[in-house]
Design a binder for this molecule. Structure first.
Ligand code: SAM
Ligand code: SF4
Length: 347
């Protein structure tokens, strides 16, 4: 029995007509939940060096996170990814995972997963596996300890590597996410990919997105993955894979390593037409598009005493207004497309 098994629940197996469909006919089946805006690292492309974090009372409690997430599952969401900030620094996170795992057991949910920087993974990998998590994404932009320390403003690469070892030993399937950065890791990317595939990990490269003010100029950091792909093709055979997750990544198999490589290219290729996902911030704000300022305040419904019907209506109404696509551009001196940082929205 977990703390949330007793939560009054509106969970039922959704019938097709009870699913979440937006105004463009796209079915929303994937929810990302940012469980905290806090983090033990300060990656230069993600956060400003001195961030002001939210007061605790603005952040949804674990029971509130469980309730809102469960409402989405009742509406047909089949995959939930916990993220942040750094999800593993949220106190009690494992209680939330344990609680949400009831939806895996009931088969209402296909997958409960998490994106982490890996620093705390050594402590939590076994519990994650025990609660039904099968796959995780670990963000890692470099294997050079000095570069890692600089990029993350103080992080210890050894902790992440120990976390990866523990996750592997716990039987978790791992995908490494790396943001491609012109001035930092461009030259290292082939070695990083080779290492990941050698470990049996999938690997995805991400273009940096203009979210929130950071100290660096994004035009200096930006590296087009179209260029990276062309460079990799000079010495590797990249075979297109038909895999489509409803997300932004396009996948290839690297013939020489046998591993899978994904490219997330919001800046050079628009991926919105098949978007199946929405994002809940740790303050209970629902963003139906990563790159737009649309927002629905679900915390107001929950804390205002709204019942499950009111919560469902608020979710449906927000999803109905999901924008067609983002408007990311990286121009010198331009303001970010959205003011909130990725750590707030949940990457
Ligand atoms: N702390 C966890 C982590 O780093 O995996 C989860 C949250 S982090 C915001 C999720 C992902 O967003 C990470 O892979 C990170 O590299 C990516 N990210 C953060 N800021 C970004 C930006 N401006 N553009 C592209 N990716 C970004
Ligand atoms: Fe923290 Fe993840 Fe952002 Fe890095 S990318 S600062 S680890 S939230």
């Amino acid at each position: 029995m977990t703390p949330f098994d007793a939560t009054p629940s509106l969970i039922r197996q959704p019938s097709p007509d009870r699913g979440l469909v937006d105004g463009f006919g796209r079915r929303v089946t994937y929810l990302r939940v940012s469980v905290t805006d806090r983090c033990d690292l300060r990656c230069a492309y993600c956060m400003a060096e001195h961030m002001t974090f939210l007061p605790k009372n603005e952040v949804l409690g674990l029971d509130e996170l469980d309730r809102v997430t469960s409402a989405f599952i009742a509406l047909g969401v089949r995959k939930v990814r916990l993220t942040g900030g750094e999800p593993l620094v949220r106190k009690g996170l494992m209680d939330l995972v344990a609680g949400l795992s009831r939806h895996i057991r009931s088969r209402a949910l296909d997958e409960l997963t998490l994106t982490t920087n890996g620093t705390q993974l050594a402590r939590h990998a076994d519990d994650l596996a025990r609660h039904g998590v099968r796959r995780i994404n670990v963000s890692l932009d470099t294997l050079d300890p000095t570069r890692f320390r600089r990029l993350t403003r103080g992080g210890d690469l050894a902790q992440v590597l120990a976390g990866l070892d523990a996750a592997k030993a716990a039987g978790l399937k791992i995908k490494i996410n790396a943001v491609a950065l012109a001035e930092d890791n461009a030259a290292e990317l082939p070695a990083l990919i080779g290492w990941a595939h050698g470990q049996g990990f999938d690997m995805t490269l991400i273009e940096t997105m203009p979210m929130g003010e950071v100290e660096a100029d994004r035009t200096d950091q930006f590296l087009s993955l179209a260029d990276v792909r062309a460079q990799l093709s000079a010495f590797w055979t990249l075979e297109d894979l038909p895999l489509n997750t409803g997300g932004p990544a396009r996948y290839v198999r690297v013939a020489e390593t046998g591993g899978r490589l994904g490219f997330i290219t919001p800046m050079t290729h628009n991926f919105c037409e098949a978007c199946n996902r929405v994002r809940l911030t740790c303050t209970g704000v629902l963003h139906t598009c990563l790159g737009r300022d649309d927002a629905a305040d679900l915390r107001a419904v929950v804390r205002g005493g709204g019942d499950d019907r009111a919560l469902t209506a608020a979710i449906r109404s927000a999803v109905a207004g999901k924008p067609l696509g983002h408007d990311f551009r990286i121009d010198r001196g331009a303001a970010p497309a959205v003011a909130r940082h990725m750590s707030m929205t949940g990457g």
